[in-house]
Write a protein that binds this ligand. Sequence first.
Ligand code: ZN
Ligand code: ZN
Ligand code: ZN
Length: 477
Amino acid sequence: MADDDHYRRWTAQVERAGHCVRPVRLIGSAMTVNAATGEIDATYSSLEEPGGVLLVACKDRRESVCPPCAARYRADAWHVFAGGVTPADSATNDDGDAYTDAEDRLPHSMVLATFTAPSFGTVHAARDGKVCRAARVGRRGKRTCEHGRPLWCDARHNPGDGMVGAPLCEGCADLAGLVLWNAHVGELWRRTIIYVYRALAALAPALDGRPVTVRRVREVLRVSYAKVAEFQKRGVVHLHVLARLDGVNPDDPDQLVSPPAWAGVDLLTAALMHAAARVGVPLPVVDGRAAAVARWGTQLDVRPVQAGEINRARVAGYLAKYATKTVSDSVSGLPASRPRADDVDLSEGRTLPAHVAALTQTVRRLARLGTCRALRLARHVHTLGFRGHVTSKSRRYSTTFAALREARRAWRLARRARERDPWAQHDPDGDDALTVMVGDWRIAGIGYRTLGDRVLAEVLGREHRQAREAWRLGLTE
Ligand SMILES: [Zn+2]
Ligand SMILES: [Zn+2]
Ligand SMILES: [Zn+2]
């Protein structure tokens, strides 16, 4: 801070890294070369920076790891989700331009559905100050389980209570079933979509006087979706899904077209319910038990999503909220990321609640079984067997995270070019065929070098967020 130039350069770096709290420190240099002439347009070396390092954002999705990077991811997720919801039923699209004939303007049938897991044993629950589990009284007094444990709990738990999500009786809880369910939820979803097409065929009205086959349905309808996995306190995954019915243009499969008029929101809702009730994934046989099948829980919540800006913002915000969460945000004691070695005992050096420790031990035990080898569970102890991505979508649902990053990069280059930054003089519109970037970088470390740097970066980040908030308020007033 004593050196004006250093301070200016350093704050510019921190800002460029989005005020990341644990940036990657890079050492090296790069140059842009004109591909046609071989001339060097610009050179850059980290030696020009204070401390000789370039700071790059960690780009972590998880709120508990890096709040600023998670905020950016959440904003991107919002756009990915919102991009798939039909905007206000006006004659203009997102950019305020009038729709062209090629674009689609009719609202599609759309629902927000929550697919839950079945029960793997009764657990303690926080119920807004109400009693956890009221006792049911039988002929011989209050009922207990076969292990002699009470089947009731008079406590009033807070949501932050480590007990919440723990089974009333560990002996009755089906921990292996829970872990195997988590490990198969991705496959269960994949099969659910197949079943949805079958259900659509079964429920659709006769077309051209003929009953509708699955093949015919796939010719005229497409199910697009975006989904987020959310961990429950009991350690099991739920899926929040935005599902939409699209039509199909046989000449241009990538074009987004409205579905036929008979494919309304009631048909989509019925098809999802129909599929969820029937689909299943056979589970590997463990512990000498009978062959089991992973199915959805009975609580399937399906709500129609109306077109329009408010609904669009509401459902996108609802899903984006889950996109930066990890299992550690719901299940206390678990780390936010996978330990470096698969055989690390997660309970070491942390206080894992007993039921969480029992779950991680179950994953590790199943990982060693021959019947579970293909699941590679040892890599997924910290997610209690869940192996998929938290956020995912079907190909034609909306835009992609990559497209959003590319748009941001182009905008940044354009701004730098406007500011006459010598480092970004090449064509901001991405005509990169003329220039090639050549670089040689290595990682010097992760995070700020000193506590002072870190604190300063946090202060700058806070100021930046406040300025942004003020700007937004100014916009809305
Ligand atoms: Zn970061
Ligand atoms: Zn309880
Ligand atoms: Zn029991």
